[in-house]
Design a protein around this ligand. Structure first.
Ligand code: 3IO
Length: 339
């Protein structure tokens, strides 16, 4: 008697297991789950845009797709993002192209000092540039969207009003912006944004060069009492997806994601531009941060020191076989078009 029950139970379990195994992936609602890795802390703009994208994709696919987000480098860190997504460690990843300056030559050209005035303009210009050139650097992934920060400025513990003030100052920047700080005489220290809070706190750096929304989002206003307005360059970002995972998605899901490319770039640009304003209002009000505007004469001297950067980039990129002049001209045209 006992034996018979055991056999029945085992049979039941086997049938249940087989049923589970036989249901094809993607057949039931919510059955496609994608992981999305991000490197900075959750309150920062790359993660805010990630949550917005997740919400919209889940809504527009009627619950067919669930996105699991991993902010704060919990799945992939800043510099592992591209290779981690290619290898399938995350299905989707958000990367700052500036962290690997030699890798994304065409799209990183948007971080030359070409006068991109805002994150909205930068994001739309970058996305158009990517689509026009379809750079080889992205051939192993599906690019879902791109966007940029607002122009970078100096946040520092001591006031920077002149080239004398910035000379020898330990300031953090990444990628192309490193050359800019060097050109102004600062002691440039390179690291991703995700490592910056600790570096500031430990006194490894005396400030940083980036877009100003981090004054609030990463609470830099608590230690950086001064902001010097240079409105110099933007940092470009990409959201990439593992190619096999992309190809395995049903066509209707792929369409939802493709249709969101431009929209997400613009949404993120707008969010960033508004958030920079909110962050600075908060910093001035809550932490009495002083905003330093360079007068026109001084600004012209600072800008003039950066002119060699684009010329040098053109020469280097040309030597590597890129249509460098056309890329620069296109960025300038696209900037006007989206201004
Ligand atoms: C950035 C990166 C992560 C989170 C917030 C941010 N705001 C501006 C950036 C640009 C950047 O990557 C950098 O390193 O300054």
């Amino acid at each position: 008697m006992k034996r018979k029950t055991d056999v029945r139970l085992t049979l039941c379990l086997v049938v249940a297991l087989m049923t589970l195994l036989l249901v094809p992936a993607g057949a039931t609602a919510g059955s496609i789950t994608l992981s999305y890795a991000n490197f900075p802390p959750a309150p920062t703009f790359p993660c805010v845009q990630m949550e917005r994208w997740k919400t919209e994709v889940e809504k527009r696919t009627d619950g067919k797709v669930a996105i699991k987000t991993y902010p704060g480098g919990t799945l992939l860190g800043a510099k592992e993002m591209m290779d981690g997504v290619i290898a399938g460690q995350a299905d989707i990843g958000n990367l700052c192209m500036a962290y690997q300056p030699g890798r994304f030559i065409v799209t990183n050209a948007t971080s030359l000092p070409l006068g991109i005035p805002s994150a909205k303009t930068g994001s739309l210009a970058l996305w158009d540039l990517y689509q026009k050139y379809q750079p080889k650097a992205f051939s192993q992934v599906k690019v879902l969207t791109m966007f940029t920060t607002a122009p970078a400025n100096i946040m520092s513990k001591k006031a920077v009003r002149s080239l004398d003030d910035i000379r020898g100052l330990d300031l953090r920047a990444s990628g192309g912006a490193a050359q800019i700080l060097k050109a102004w005489g600062a002691n440039q220290v390179g690291m991703p944004m995700s490592a910056t809070p600790e570096a500031l706190q430990k006194g490894v750096v005396q400030g940083l060069f980036s877009s100003l929304e981090v004054m609030k989002d990463l609470k830099f206003a608590e230690s950086c009492g001064y902001v010097t307005m240079t409105d110099t360059v933007i940092y470009p970002f990409a959201v990439v997806m593992n190619m096999d995972r992309w190809k395995a998605l049903p066509p209707d899901v792929r369409k939802v994601m493709e249709d969101m490319g431009t929209e997400q770039a613009e949404w993120t640009g707008n969010y960033m531009d508004q958030h920079v304003k909110a962050s600075m209002d908060w910093s001035v009000k809550e932490h009495k941060v002083e905003v330093i505007d360079l007068d026109a004469e001084t600004k012209a001297v600072w800008d003039q020191k950066l002119q060699f950067i684009t010329d040098k980039w053109v020469a280097d990129a040309k030597a590597k076989g890129f249509p460098a002049e056309a890329i620069v001209t296109d960025i300038q045209k696209l900037t006007e078009q989206h201004r």
